[in-house]
Design a protein around this ligand. Sequence first.
Ligand code: G4P
Length: 531
Amino acid sequence: MTIIHEEVKKRRTFAIISHPDAGKTTITEKILLFTGAIQIAGSIKSRKSNKFASSDWMEIEKQRGISVASSVMQIEFMDHILNLLDTPGHEDFSEDTYRVLTAVDAVLMVIDGAHGVEPQTIRLINVCRARNIPIITFVNKMDREVKEPLEIMAEIESYINMSVIPLSWPVGMGKNFHGVIDLIRNHMKIFKPGEDNLKQTCEIIYDINHQKLTNYGEDYKKAISEITLINDAMPKFMYDEFINCKQSPMFFGSAINNFGIKELLNALIKYAPSPQSMQTLQRLISPYEEKFSGVVFKIQANMNQFHRDRIAFIRISSGKFTRGMTLKLTRNKKEVKTNNVVSFLSKKRSILDEAYAGDIIGIPNHGTLRLGDVLTQGENLQFIGLPFFAPEIFQEIESKNPLRVKQFRTGLKQLGEEGAIQIFKPINENIILVGAIGNLQFEVIAHRLKLEYNAEVIFKPTKYIISRWIMSNNKKAMEKFIKLNSQNIALDVSEAIVYIASSKSQLKVAQELNPDIKFYTMKEYGSNEIY
Ligand code: G4P
């Protein structure tokens, strides 16, 4: 085995997805505490005490007490390297969340046991399924009155359209939460409330047939009969089914009490796949290849007010990165220097000397690197798979100050190229439309245009509510369609043609009348394909 092979095999690159308040931040913090990456609880984020971690990088986040941008943490645990990519945890989430999912090999789905599956989680699960990213499920807050575990299971299954296979099962809930039964080892781990039981020596574990467990009376009996039911009715957990997104292993616990975190970490190491191959337009890239290649999946500006730069987040797809190596940006064949590459932990940025496939590195730059860009040691590769989704909300945008129009245009174009917002220029109207997945994206760009380009903006309501990228194999049909529908045609930031409609029925009629034209809700960055 080569060193690259060994290093890649050790890596697990994953993200946590959940509905806001399900416990993502708490789990992240407990993972960091458990693995020794941080020492003090509360270092990640404490909204009530107004303390913010350095991953909460924008002022706007401080004002709102939410984490807008995703950060990256690298953790060492049991001879493995875990790369945890954070996803924004607010309802108003943005496209960034989707794109982060293109850079992970597995996902940890956290569900609040009292609320079950919530809308934001469903959207993210659909993206995971479309991209074949395996999902590990954690039902949190078992120390509260939650839904019946069987009900939660059925609910998850019906929403995510795959089997959830419990690998642990709770005994009781709320005030009577007694612990979980490990269904692989057939023992019960006793729940002890309290935040400090991080040391494994505090664990109390009994074999499933131990006398003492009868102390838990009806709750225990109920759990055992539910387990019997599950064993009879459910398929067994199969690794291949998990990898192919047909099954999701499920665990129960209470993050705030650090209960169930160790099992989660073990599951990540045992089941989550090591870095996977990446599809490019030219060929499939194996992570074990000697030569370096990587993709920019996220751009973030002003991460630190003292470094007024932007950082391109790159997921290494193959090989080894060594600081100082010269890389080629395949879009324009230019060289990119890497003396200053940074790795991330939530507490600080640190300079990175080497990294392997599966790791995330950050290259500070002034706009040279764009979303979807590929860096290699020379080979010409084009990444396919960084998605742009048709926005769900639109507004018109204007410069507040007519004397700053130039700065406004430059800034908006750059933010569009960065993927912070989508921009549409109707061909027949003198307006600029911006489209987003969540309202917060509008706030973020207004804030950034002011801060970075000294350009204040005004938003105005627009009649447009839907956009679709359009393509056709029939050139004549396409030309005719554009001519006849010029009132509803716009160009996006990369000049791709977009149909914009002011109602669903308008879009429907356009689709029905023009079978030769294909309307797409998603555009893959870097490919010519739109689907
Ligand atoms: P998020 O990142 O998914 O939005 O959730 P976060 O971890 O911030 O947790 C949301 C709330 O749920 C927090 O309470 C947190 O303490 C609580 N919580 C997390 N895990 C558990 C658990 O296992 N059991 C119980 N009972 N509560 C849990 P908060 O009052 O909103 O904020 P805070 O002051 O505790 O930070």
